[in-house]
Design a protein. Sequence first.
Length: 426
Amino acid sequence: MAEQKLALKFLTLKDFDIKNKKVLVRVDFNVPLDEDLNVTNDKRIKESLSTINYLLEQGAKQVILMSHLGRPDGRIVEKYRLTSVCKHLEKVLYQKVTMAEDCVDIKLPEPKNSKVVLLENLRFHPEEEKNDEAFAKKLASYADIYVNDGFGVSHRAHASVHAITKFLPSCAGFLVEKELTVMGKAMSDPDKPFVAILGGAKVSDKIKLIDNLLARCDKILIGGAMAYTFYRAQGFSTGTSKVDEDGIGVANQLLQKTEKSGKIILPIDNVVADKFSENANTKTVVIKDIGSGWMGMDIGPLTINKYKEILKTAKTVLWNGPLGVFEMKKFSRGTEEIAKYLAQMTLKGVTTIIGGGDSAAAVEKFGLASKFTHVSTGGGASLEFFEGKELPGIKALENNCSKSIKKKKLKKQEKKEILLKRKKKN
């Protein structure tokens, strides 16, 4: 569980003197665009503003931002250019942002003309995802200090996240610091009772997460398609519900493992449909009554009430994965009602953490994203963090910090030796 302690082991923005320094910031501007290339959800862009504004307020000579967008696979793809993102950033930052023609082998504009620069898509170069050191060194050549404020990519060992820390003094931005501080406490020292809510499709994809949480949580509430795999493991019919066939054995092992503790709680009723459609015929049934030709789409009212009752005494709640097909209004009630209930709990001082990905999309859709203690910007990164995995981008910051501390100690020792030599001469 080394990574849960890293919040204490890397440098942050406030450890550096920013004045008159060029600062290179890895942000995560991998945001959704519509057909006209307009940004449709700018949460990740807005989350970067506190770091960018702080750097400008502290007198940075120039702030150079770098990000990826989509998966262009190491080649230039027009729809993945960051031009639209740059224009949107200007609107929310209230500051001119210069768009660079590429991310390497370019001459940046003079700082007096462009305080903020956004480099072109990092993934237009295959060296980025290969964690190529020569590529990272080119990026590092632009600046005096490197800041990782892209938590959503910190689980990747990519050049702009990992290798680059070998060439510049490095620290975490405010977003990364917040992500790790809030989520780190939940995993290492949560206020109890600690309840996790897990949705999503595949049990086999979340086995490490469930195992890691079982050692820390008082209860784990299951929802979404994952529930039907657990039902099958118990021998129930699930109709045409989505079942992770490879995860049935895993689900059975987890149920046996927690039989005495009763930590894993499954839905007791479900909203089922005769087809995967907003126009489907629906009904609410208990577990044993999911008939042939029917598929589970949401948790039912009895389950909603039961989950609220369990959550009522919680002091820390982690939510990863929606409880139903929330994208369709007819099947969004379970996810929305639990989200609203957690929002009320937050007002009472309960720590509520939404673990990124579809969970974050759900609370955004319901207009509740600002009502929780923390909504993670990292889908895969937050999942791996909660699984207990080491995040390469954070480990790189830790290593950089260790080197910086050693250098400072070495300089102090050198000063002592010089003073001693002077005393001997005198």
